[in-house]
Design a binder for this molecule. Structure first.
Ligand code: SAM
Length: 294
């Protein structure tokens, strides 16, 4: 197990905490995630494997098994920590929110996982420690994504790999799709500011009365034409469980800060952070990519 580069400043139950005044953190967003992952706190291994096939299409098990020390930054419930722990030697999972308690519970049966409370700009590890870093759906929720990415990439050893997922800017989508998305920003900005209970109820209602009908329409269109079906809003969810749909509705509408990036922007940010060999998956979720520390 790797030693921390500085001592914890506190303990959250048995979890070492290193969260101390990081400026590149949106406190309302982190608090919202603490609540979200406490609600969506369990995933079956089958459910994890099913969705992991999409994120890890460009980093399959044959490649994962070669890594020794991995870090999962912004681990949330710990679902991807659990997934990669099957393949790599050891995983450090970090999250600044109370989700780390959930991640700890969800990985309690795994001896090769350690969970800590920490944020991306203040990771308590020496530079060039990890030969694999994963950061899925996290850095679009911090105020300065480039700064966060640079800080994370410093912790990767030369030749090490990063698997990154950042929300896409929809530039590969049609105008009606983009307009629909822009319209969804209005409820998002309102719902994200509601108190937790009201926010959770609103997100469930959105899942039921917006997601489900749109997914139904995507399924119907898919049956008529696969090509057209794939271009329908929320097509991504046509094969997802109700649990995932509810969780993602809460993720999308309940989070105060989200940013979106084009492929070129992501590639440029990665180069600035000292990474090369950027490889984007051509499949959803957009955009997820791998890069190598040079
Ligand atoms: C959408 S969730 C993704 C969780 C997990 N990676 C997954 O895909 O299941 C985003 C996570 O990023 C964490 N997060 C937010 N700001 C962060 C920061 N500055 N440093 C590290 N993690 C952060 C949140 O607490 C939350 O758990």
């Amino acid at each position: 197990m790797i030693s921390f580069s500085r001592p914890p400043i506190a303990w959250l139950e048995d979890i070492p905490s290193f969260v101390d005044g990081d400026k590149n953190i949106d406190r309302a967003t982190v608090e919202a995630f603490g609540d979200e992952w406490t609600r969506f706190d369990s995933f079956s291994d089958g459910e994890i494997d099913f969705v992991a096939a999409e994120y890890f299409d460009i980093l399959p098990a044959e490649k994962l098994k070669h890594f020794k020390n991995a870090i999962d930054v912004g681990c949330g419930s710990g679902r991807w920590t659990r997934f990669i722990a099957k393949h790599v030697d050891f995983v450090d999972a970090v999250d600044p929110s109370e989700a780390c308690l959930v991640a700890r519970r969800n990985t309690a049966d795994l001896e090769n996982v350690r969970v800590s409370q920490a944020s991306v700009n203040a990771l308590p590890f020496a530079d060039r420690t990890f030969d694999l870093a994963i950061c899925l759906g996290v850095l679009h929720h911090v105020p300065n994504t480039q700064e966060a990415l640079t800080s994370l990439c410093k912790k990767i050893s030369f030749g090490g790999t990063l698997l990154l997922y950042l929300y896409y800017d929809l530039s590969n989508r049609s105008m009606p799709y983009r307009l629909l998305h822009r319209a969804s920003e209005i409820p998002r900005k309102i719902v994200a500011r509601l108190p937790h209970n009201l926010k959770n109820l609103s997100c469930d209602l959105l899942a039921m009365f917006v997601y489900v009908p749109l997914i139904g329409l995507a399924k119907l269109t898919n049956a008529l034409s696969k090509n057209l079906g794939q271009r329908m809003p929320l097509h991504y969810y046509t094969n997802k469980s109700w649990n995932i749909i509810r969780n993602d509705s809460r993720d999308r509408f309940g989070t105060p800060l989200e940013q979106r990036f084009s492929q070129i922007e992501i590639e440029n940010m990665l180069h600035t952070a000292g990474m090369s060999n950027v490889h984007f998956s051509s499949n959803a979720p957009f955009w997820h990519c791998t890069a190598v520390k040079s």
